[in-house]
Design a protein around this ligand. Structure first.
Ligand code: ADP
Length: 173
């Protein structure tokens, strides 16, 4: 099942893993990254220190510590420039690599935030389209690998834009 929810990803307890929109250092930042580190506690930062960062478009997995799920998958979204710098391919890669790691770990339920649309300035409607295209392509290649893939969207505008894209995609899912 694919769904769009308005909420705080640090509070989601009905998934095995949440995805963090991290930065290349993996050592915390603002936005959803800061919220995840604050809610997970020091253990998460300590484990992240061992990972040696993460390239844009890639993903790495850790435990979830004080969060109400089992794992955090950290992926680094592209900074939006003008759309001609490979942004869509990199954002697609974030979703694909996150789902690949999740599948390898036997994760069946996963929640994503809106990667790159905060401080990284990716236009929300383009990001929603790319996010859903990437998830749809992964499901097509890996049928039955997930029970739930959801987006947890923090603000009304992001939620309504993802919802509009979701409705367009709904038949295809
Ligand atoms: P990026 O650097 O990838 O742009 P940000 O964290 O700045 O990441 O923003 C990504 C999205 O995460 C934004 O839509 C922001 O509103 C949202 N966000 C911030 N805090 C939370 C949270 N606790 N749960 C879910 N989404 C959040």
């Amino acid at each position: 099942m694919i769904r769009i929810i308005k909420g705080d990803i640090t509070k989601i307890s009905d998934v095995d893993a949440i995805v963090n929109a991290a930065n290349v250092s993996l050592l915390g930042g603002g936005g959803v990254d800061g919220a995840i580190h604050a809610a997970a506690g020091k253990g998460l930062l300590n484990e992240c220190f061992l990972l040696n960062g993460c390239a844009v478009g890639q993903a790495k997995i850790t435990g979830a510590y004080d969060l109400p799920c089992e794992y955090v998958i950290h992926t680094v979204g592209p900074v939006w420039k003008d759309g001609t710098e490979g942004e869509a391919d990199l954002l697609t890669s974030c979703y694909k690599e996150s789902l690949k790691i999740a599948k390898e770990k036997g994760i069946r339920k996963i929640a994503f935030p809106s990667i790159s649309t905060g401080s990284y300035n990716y236009p929300i409607s383009y990001a929603a389209f790319t996010a859903m295209s990437a998830v749809k392509a992964f499901i097509k290649e890996n049928p039955d690998s997930f029970d739930l893939i959801e987006w947890i969207l923090y603000d009304d505008m992001t939620y309504s834009i993802y919802n509009a894209e979701y409705i367009k995609f709904n038949e295809g899912f």
